[in-house]
Design a protein around this ligand. Sequence first.
Ligand code: ADP
Length: 257
Amino acid sequence: ATRIVIKIGTSTLIHQNGKLNLLAIDQLCYTLSGLVNEGKQVILVSSGAIGAGLGQLGMTQRPAAIPEQQAIAAIGQTELMTVYQQRFSMYGQKIGQILLTHDVVDFPTSRQNVLNTFESLLTAGVIPIVNENDTVAVDELDHHTRFGDNDQLSALVATAVNADLLVMLSDIAGFYDKNPRKFKDAVLIKRVKQVDDQLFSHAGGSGTKLGTGGMTTKLKAAQMMLQAGGAMILASGKNPSIIFKLVAGEEMGTLFQ
Ligand code: ADP
């Protein structure tokens, strides 16, 4: 793959105690910088803004009210970008922040502007770091203004920029025939060629209180990639340096292709 989108979940970036997982973030930055040095074009879709904001405020749970969540996301987003900026610069890697709202889907002109920005950044060897613009996207349930979650946002970005590969790092080693947190005998599915209704019936919700999409949104993302002729790998984000192996074609996690 030459153009790769990496999506990293909250559960990988934030410890259970609410602190940023600096070890994982450092490894992620080291690895993605390495890929750019090998001549690859890399986009990072990063969750974790709300998680980081909660940590900053010493809170452990998301408040129910949307405006409060948005405020927390605003605090957490800068915290997250500050850490990315620090770590990436240690490896000589430049980054740029892209916050997206749904008008990139709804309005062709907005879409073109976004795509132009991606192209300029990628051509210059910069890693765009993407998140949903939580301040503007109003209602979590309103699908006209929100993407809903970064799983689907990452697939949207990957298909829009014609990426060959979407690597989705989660707190689980891949897609199983049932939720491994509930069933001890769950079996890892190594290869999926088609995402159909039957497959969705094996997908459960999120495993942690900070995780959002769970497996359903990850399957939707895989479906989008397959429809566009690309591929997706779902793997554990515990050691983000495995991205080197994944990109080199080593079999790990679940390959959707
Ligand atoms: P992230 O923050 O990385 O996006 P999520 O919590 O949203 O993580 O999604 C991953 C979780 O989905 C797993 O930890 C697991 O609890 C749950 N899950 C539900 N069904 C499955 C399945 N069939 N295979 C793997 N994980 C599943």
